[in-house]
Write a protein of this length. Sequence first.
Length: 338
Amino acid sequence: MSNRNNFRDYRKQNKKKTFNLYEMFQGGVDGKGVKKEDKITDFNVINFFKLYIRNFGKIIQLNLLFLFGNFPILFYLFARSGNLSIKSLTSANILNNSFHGVMLGGNLTPVTAALNGVLGYRTINYVPTTATYVCMALTVLVIFTFGFVNVGSAYVMRNIVKGEPIFLLSDFFYAIRRNWKQALVFGILDCLFCVVIVYDVIFFYYNIGSFFNNVCFYMSLFLAFLYFVMRFYIYPMMVTFDLSIFKMIKNAFIFALLGIKRNLLAVVGMVLFVLLCYGLLLTYAPLGLLTPILLIFGTCAFMAIYAAYPKIKAVMIDPYYKEEEPEDDIEPVFRDMG
């Protein structure tokens, strides 16, 4: 922590009056810190909106960092755009081929001519090329960036909820440097878990019918919800405590049950916010397209940390500091990593 504090002191002593992009992402590094009366002690719904509005600019910046940090996703979007594919015209109706055979038989009447106008409608078909598949394959690189970006975001979001001064870029990369090993390993596991769970939900949804498939579908939904909530706690614990990945997963499972009310409220808030953004997309597409770029990921991450951190603080942090300092020959249960 000493190097980081020295860095902050150095920046405070060498203020620059000129504006630059780095200082914008630092979130007002040269400005005043968080006022004591502005710190949140009661993590209720009203204070959630106060804190969200107060840090709205930082949340937008974190959303941008999340997107550009997971840059391999851009390869997938570019491949899906059709710019690397071969364009060809094809029938938009599955009955067109059969009807075209009838037309070749010479059975041309006003009725068949009208049907040809309806069934013979053409659309553009995008045929993937080698470049398309290569670009999609590069998307797999996201498993190496996913954990890093989540760790950096969790650290900054946790400091926002705690009411600490934010040095956005330096805090973001500081958390990655300090936790890069666990971030890399769990980021890969996180991606694999998410893919498997989503695949199971989709697979059993399209195979509903038998009793076994119905049970598996609802079990998959429950596991998806449980793991989604556990992720609220894993990354904040990673940047706060010195714990193994197994212990973090075990603790996250316990917290998912202990904080069920806050967790449910956070999930409902995320769903409503995503639906609001989707409604905005349907109403006014140009503005709706900006919501994933500027708001969705940052806002959902803020909801998750706001729901998780008070429970972590009450169960793991506060009791630790209330106890006496451990003796020199006794190893502490965990180490608060700031």
